[in-house]
Design a binder for this molecule. Sequence first.
Ligand code: CTP
Length: 378
Amino acid sequence: MQPHVVGGFVRDTLLGRDSFDIDVVVTATDNQNGITVARQLAQNWNGKVKMHLNFGTATVECRDGWKVDIVTARRETYAKPGALPKVEFSNLLDDLWRRDFSVNAIAASITPDQFGQITDPTGGMDDLKKGLIRILHAESFTDDPTRIFRTVRYASRYNFQIENQTVALLRSTLDQIKSVSGSRLQNEFNHIFEESMAVQIIQRLSALGLETILCPEWQVVPQLGERWQRIRKNLGWASQYLTSYQFNPQDFFWMALDLPNQVQKMLSFSPSLQQKLVEQTKLAHRLLEGTLTRRTKPSNVYKLLKPYSLEPLVYHLPQPQIEQYLTKLRHIQPNINGKDLIDEGWCAGPKLAQILWERFAQQLDDEARADKVENQAC
Ligand code: CTP
């Protein structure tokens, strides 16, 4: 079945970088293909297998966390821009030519007798030396406009040049981004967020006109770099002080982009992410209005911030009142409940709710004051 490692693993190994994402391509025989191989490996390694039957690909997940993607060598045809490809099993060379860039189309044999032997039909080794990102045929971006994002991502990650014709084709097909489904677009952004050069990648895409294509009212803010730095700092703070909560960094990067509703709809965000983005905008307005100051009573801080999810609050750090709410106020439990008040002689109704809040507000202010005194003493 001519197994070869291919794609990112080979590219990064040749560049002397670590790579933990292993892609293996095998050529189908009459009764074996990538899926049957993956099943056997999963059995041998006591791992799990996830299959994508339409594409003849499968992922083997080993118990120690390693993942190996097994692909059946294939040829692809695209019915229309942005659509998923129609797949036909084929040989190794076809499989390399169907790929995005020459540097991702290098294969290395892993059969014992030819171990490490390179197959490089598209000139990928040469481009790796020159530091070039180059597509393999003129329809590459039309077939799969997500490659536009990938071009800029790899060029920034490796500090490579984008080859001249690739730039020209990229510019002329930029509009095709609109044909990509929301979830695939979202996925491309999420990949960008994982990069250390994320801000530069977004700014380069912006310089190419990405926002105008997705929504003319959207503009990437000039202070994106500062926002990114702040997010990383705030996530560090949260990992120290909000240990019982697992944050998803992507939520914060989406917040930093100030996406108009139209783009949010286009990207098919989950209701929970949409909610966090709405809350972030609302909180930003509140903070701009100067609603929270040093003089705001802790009970009012509590009342103002209670309706928000933790993500928009952490996003807006450093802000002393938000920090006080996150670390102290939100954990305070009321000393009394409605039943206690009824026992005191109050009647059930709206007035009771008001008294209950007033007592709790007093408790919040007292506990916060005691806390401050204790901190000052320390
Ligand atoms: N690929 C492609 N076109 C795409 C996506 C992927 O041709 N739109 C091919 C490339 O050959 C790529 C391989 O599939 O190398 C695996 O894709 P992916 O896992 O996304 O990228 P890696 O190359 O592994 O790189 P990295 O994860 O480091 O970004």
